[in-house]
Design a protein around this ligand. Structure first.
Ligand code: MN
Length: 316
């Protein structure tokens, strides 16, 4: 997906009521992506990334019955991987490498932007009536942010049962199972669903920081209530988290080794300096670097106006 705003004016985290002193519960900001209302859970002003996860949008469930649905025209990315995961519905991805891939629930689309790629995302003409999913970004570490662009689709992902929760591991490792998806830092990305009321401990890597959020239904993480629209942050140093989930709940666990790099995020670009961002915006406007997405009916997205003063302030 494509962001429509920067992370300049995002809320500061509040302490979670009744949680351990170092856990933070924050509320999503509402944003609009095309015709879809999205709950933006990351970035936060005081937290641009959790591990390498630097962007978390949760949208739907929304009815797209008889309407165009998701229509995100071609737009560019640098310095990140897009992690696309659906809970309901279908989305068609096209990119400037020539990839064309329909994604369904339980599958992963992983696009590595590296030095530059462009893509479009749309509800196919003949789509399911409901759309529900998450759009996540993983920042590429400095050593790999100029990597060659790549796209991969993974329909067969490892699953593990944890205290009555069915976990599908789409990125990195959890409880001894590892996703085949290529990532560039030590992370975890998993969907945990509760077919019935579930209670159990989910193992965490003590060196990692984590976030947990609900996409459907209610749950508690170490006693802190979770419902769609809120995000719980757990700092490093934890060996597990206790989850109590009601039947039908669907949670996401994201985490990783703290990145230790200051990201500069603007529009769909993740860089380090204002020059990285300005060069990418210039190249997109000039039709250079990113290649061309074919097959999308509609014009590419222009970048929003770039304010060098604000960008420089943000880079500090
Ligand atoms: Mn995108």
């Amino acid at each position: 997906m494509s962001t429509v705003e920067s992370d300049l004016d995002v809320p500061a985290p509040a302490r979670a009521a009744g949680s351990s002193p170092d856990a933070e519960l924050t509320a999503a900001r509402m944003a609009r992506v095309g015709d879809l209302d999205v709950r933006r859970l990351l970035p936060l002003r005081q937290r641009r990334s959790v591990g390498a996860w630097c962007f978390v949008d949760h949208y739907g469930p929304a009815s797209v019955d008889g309407v165009a649905g998701m229509q995100v025209p071609p737009h560019p990315h640098i310095g990140l991987q897009t992690v696309t995961w659906l809970i309901e519905g279908t989305v068609l991805h096209r990119d400037s490498l020539g990839s064309e891939q329909l994604i369904r629930p339980g599958q992963l689309n992983l696009m590595t932007a590296g030095r530059g790629i462009a893509h479009s995302e749309e509800s196919p003409e003949d789509h399911d009536p409901s759309l529900h999913g998450v759009q996540l970004w993983l920042a590429l570490p400095d050593a790999h942010r100029q990597a060659a662009p790549d796209f991969a689709h993974h329909a067969d992902l490892p699953a593990v049962r944890l205290g009555g929760l069915d976990a599908v591991v789409f990125a990195g490792s959890l409880a001894g199972v590892t996703s085949p998806a290529r990532v560039f830092t030590a992370v975890v990305g998993a969907e945990l669903s509760a077919p019935a009321d579930a209670h159990g401990a989910v193992p965490l890597a003590p060196g990692h920081e984590h976030v947990i959020f609900s996409a459907s239904g209610t749950a508690a993480a170490d006693g802190t209530g979770l419902a769609p629209g809120s995000l719980l942050y757990l700092p490093p140093g934890r060996e597990s988290v206790r989850l109590d989930a009601r039947a039908g709940a669907r949670l996401f666990l994201l985490g990783g080794e703290p990145l230790g790099e200051t990201l500069l995020m603007w529009w769909n670009f993740v860089g380090r300096t204002p020059d990285d961002i300005a060069a990418a915006a210039r190249d997109w406007a000039a039709g250079a670097r990113f290649g061309r997405v074919t097959g999308y009916r509609g014009a590419p997205l222009p970048a929003p106006p770039l304010d060098p003063v604000r960008l420089a302030r943000k880079a500090r």
